[in-house]
Design a binder for this molecule. Structure first.
Ligand code: GTP
Ligand code: MG
Length: 194
């Protein structure tokens, strides 16, 4: 499925400029700046530069819509922890709360740093809005297997305590080594009922 051609659809800064095609399932990727959202979309669709990435945080400034064939829409979001939360919240919460074809939100977290306050704040907002989300740990290539597994357990323990609408399975990916991408693809196919 992920071998179907992936294309850029459009960029948007508010609800009135997002693509209107709401008949195909959509998944969105959110997370702190520099966490690897844009790289992950490239990894998922097996392209090096469909989405622009950067080592400088705050690179992605708009909501960028991509689609795979005419079957699935993927949305790359600007990172939070860079723009002020109000600014981020205004544009993105509006989208998250109103998008009818949005099947799941993937919230990306760096296992080397764990869940930050800004992540908890966003998860709380998602919980309050009853929006289903799933945690994806990124850049797993940077940690040894042991350190990764400790970090993952810590994240899971915190989610069980705090998160309400969080899908219980925590995934781990590396866009660099491609580890975990197949599991994430399978999760997306399931979430989108594709
Ligand atoms: P913003 O658009 O600023 O919110 O950032 P982003 O979340 O889209 O991050 P992006 O994909 O641009 O990646 C940020 C940096 O992390 C880049 O220098 C990437 O090369 C690096 N990076 C992304 N994924 C991985 C990974 O799996 N492993 C490693 N080691 N580095 C990664
Ligand atoms: Mg980005």
């Amino acid at each position: 499925f992920f071998l179907l051609p992936a294309v850029f659809v459009k960029s948007a800064t508010n609800l009135s400029t997002i693509p209107e095609n709401t008949s195909i399932p959509e998944v969105a990727f959110i997370g702190r700046s520099n966490i690897g959202k844009s790289s992950l979309i490239n990894g998922l669709v097996n392209r090096n530069a469909l989405v622009k990435t950067s080592s400088k945080p705050g690179h992605t400034q708009m909501m960028n819509f991509f689609k795979i064939g005419d079957r699935l829409s993927l949305v790359d979001m600007p990172g939070y922890g860079w723009k002020s939360r109000d600014e981020w919240g205004g544009m993105i919460l509006d989208y998250l709360q109103h998008r009818k074809n949005l099947r799941r939100i993937y919230i990306l977290i760096d296992p080397s740093h764990g869940i930050k306050d800004s992540d908890s704040q966003i998860m709380k907002l998602l919980d309050e809005s009853g929006l289903s989300y799933q945690v994806v740990l990124t850049k797993t290539d940077k940690l040894s297997k042991t350190k990764y597994s400790i970090a993952k357990s810590e994240v899971e323990a915190q989610l069980v305590k705090d998160a309400i609408c969080c899908y219980p399975l925590v995934l781990g990916v590396s866009s660099r080594t491609k580890d975990g991408l197949d599991e994430l693809r399978a999760a997306i196919i399931k979430a989108g009922q594709l």
